[in-house]
Design a protein around this ligand. Structure first.
Ligand code: NDP
Length: 246
């Protein structure tokens, strides 16, 4: 058990909720950001029902000032600084490059990549001063192999890992690790809403023969957050049922 604070961006989404639940059950005080007003009520109830200490803050992770304010508010409200940061918030706005608008490009880079800068910058000094910290970036298989119609998303997700490798070197001696997790197709609402025939075609490309579970991503986050994982840094860990190996 631990009494550390874990901040999960987008912790009310498909994968984020599983991460919050797993970390909460491990004893962390879990803090999640949300965008849409009112989104936090059901989440807070669910966390409470499971005996998890949880708090939610409305924050647009694309906004640098909001991210700095969020971390300052957490410190003031909870009386301790963030030990674990999970950069999980993400969006897609697909289109082939010929059809992709500048806004589609900007929105996806802002949400998936600039947010990682915004939040990491806000927590890194407290982590290095404390001599312990974990930054875990949720990327994607499509950042490793590229994906048709996703120049924006593939670039942002690949960029997350470049960021992880560089920051990992800067903070390694201070007890802070920085890693990337690259999930393949996970059975979240979004993926389950895809037409069954298309979903079956996707599954046919996965050697394990099924979609991943959000809980499988959460277990890996829990391990990377632990003291036991202190020798893993700058890694990009694929969790994709064998769909892409390198
Ligand atoms: P969801 O859409 O379920 O959740 C995404 C979360 O991000 C939402 O809670 C949303 O908050 C939040 N979010 C979006 N934009 C912002 C913003 N500007 N500021 C703050 N929060 C924001 O997605 P998943 O759970 O499926 O995905 C989680 C992560 O995993 C993403 O980074 C995604 O790219 C990655 N991933 C997912 C895969 C999958 O198969 N599902 C596969 C590979 C990677 P709100 O609801 O309040 O708008």
């Amino acid at each position: 058990m631990t009494d550390k604070i874990a901040l999960v961006t987008g912790g009310m989404g498909g994968i984020g909720q599983a991460i919050c639940t797993q970390l909460g059950k491990a004893g962390y005080t879990v803090v999640s950001t949300f965008m849409r007003t009112g989104r936090d009520e059901a989440w807070l109830e669910q966390m409470q029902e499971q005996g998890i200490k949880a708090k939610a803050y409305q924050c647009d992770v694309c906004d640098f000032e909001q991210a700095q304010q969020l971390v300052a508010n957490i410190k003031q409200d909870l009386g301790a600084s963030v030990s674990i940061l999970v950069n999980n918030a993400g969006i897609t706005k697909d289109g082939t490059l010929r059809k992709m608008t500048y806004e589609q490009w900007q929105d996806v880079i802002n949400t998936n990549l600039n947010s990682v800068f915004n939040l990491s910058k806000a927590v890194v000094d407290d982590m290095t001063n404390a001599g312990f910290g974990r930054i875990i970036n949720i990327s994607s298989i499509n950042g490793q192999k590229g994906q048709f119609g996703q120049t924006n998303y593939s670039a942002a997700k690949a960029g997350m890992h470049g960021f992880s490798m560089a920051l990992a070197q800067e903070v390694a001696k201070k007890g802070v690790t920085v890693n990337t997790i690259s999930p393949g197709y996970i059975a979240t609402e979004m993926v389950m809403a895809v037409d069954e025939n298309i979903r079956n075609q996707i599954i046919a490309q996965i050697p394990v023969g099924r979609l991943g579970k959000p809980e499988e991503i959460a277990s890996l986050v829990d391990y990377l957050a632990s003291e036991a994982a202190g020798f893993i840094t700058g890694s990009n860990i694929a969790i994709n049922g064998g769909q892409h190996m390198k």
